[in-house]
Ligand binder design. Structure first.
Ligand SMILES: NC(=O)c1ccc[n+]([C@@H]2O[C@H](COP(=O)([O-])OP(=O)(O)OC[C@H]3O[C@@H](n4cnc5c(N)ncnc54)[C@H](OP(=O)(O)O)[C@@H]3O)[C@@H](O)[C@H]2O)c1
Length: 157
């Protein structure tokens, strides 16, 4: 299944200066538990921000121009069509993990959204989700994390 996973502030902010504008260990732990054993797809900016492959996952990095050294757990692909072609051969789920451009590019094929609600408004953010990104999705369940964080899962109608 193709799943979008995102942490989002009250004003739909998701990033600032190329990084996450907050630090919530409970959400990072949830992200890890949810994605381990599967494939994750990220845009080149997010790859640079993370700085290393996420362990125990196939890391698919999207870029039209950048180059990466080949490794068993990191795959550089050039376009969305290549990701979707590969997805047919994967056993597990394919998580779209950002950032903004990558979510936007895959919005029409995402079947499920896993959304952590960050209880903050980030005034000077520079990366946002579109306000309507959950149109056509229905809330399936809510997961309570530590420190009062809440994750909502939405499935395509
Ligand atoms: N809150 C969250 O859950 C979350 C999650 C992830 C990231 N973020 C934040 O989001 C921000 C980064 O977002 P962003 O929009 O700037 O960057 P991004 O989506 O991480 O990367 C964009 C780049 O990825 C490549 N790319 C994306 N779609 C492609 C496609 N269909 N085909 C080929 N290449 C493609 C392009 O690289 P080239 O230009 O090299 O071709 C593009 O410039 C950061 O602040 C980060 O911290 C937040």
């Amino acid at each position: 299944m193709l799943i979008g996973i995102v942490a989002i502030a009250r004003n739909f902010a998701i990033g600032k200066d190329g990084k996450l504008p907050w630090y919530y260990p409970a959400d990072l732990k949830f992200f890890k538990e949810t994605t381990v054993g599967n494939a994750v797809v990220m845009g080149y900016h997010t790859w640079k921000a993370i700085g290393k492959p996420l362990p125990k996952r196939l890391n698919i990095v999207l870029s039209r121009s950048a180059n990466l050294e080949n490794r068993a757990d990191v795959l550089l692909l050039r376009c969305k069509a290549d990701v979707l072609a590969l997805a047919q051969y994967l056993k597990g789920d394919l998580f779209i993990i950002g950032g903004a451009k990558t979510y936007e590019n895959f919005a029409d094929v995402i079947e499920k959204w896993i959304v952590t609600e960050i209880p903050e408004t980030v005034e000077d953010a520079d990366a946002f989700m579109p306000k309507d990104f959950l149109d056509g999705f229905t809330a399936e369940k809510t997961i309570e994390l530590e420190n009062g964080l809440r994750v909502k899962v939405f499935v395509k109608e």
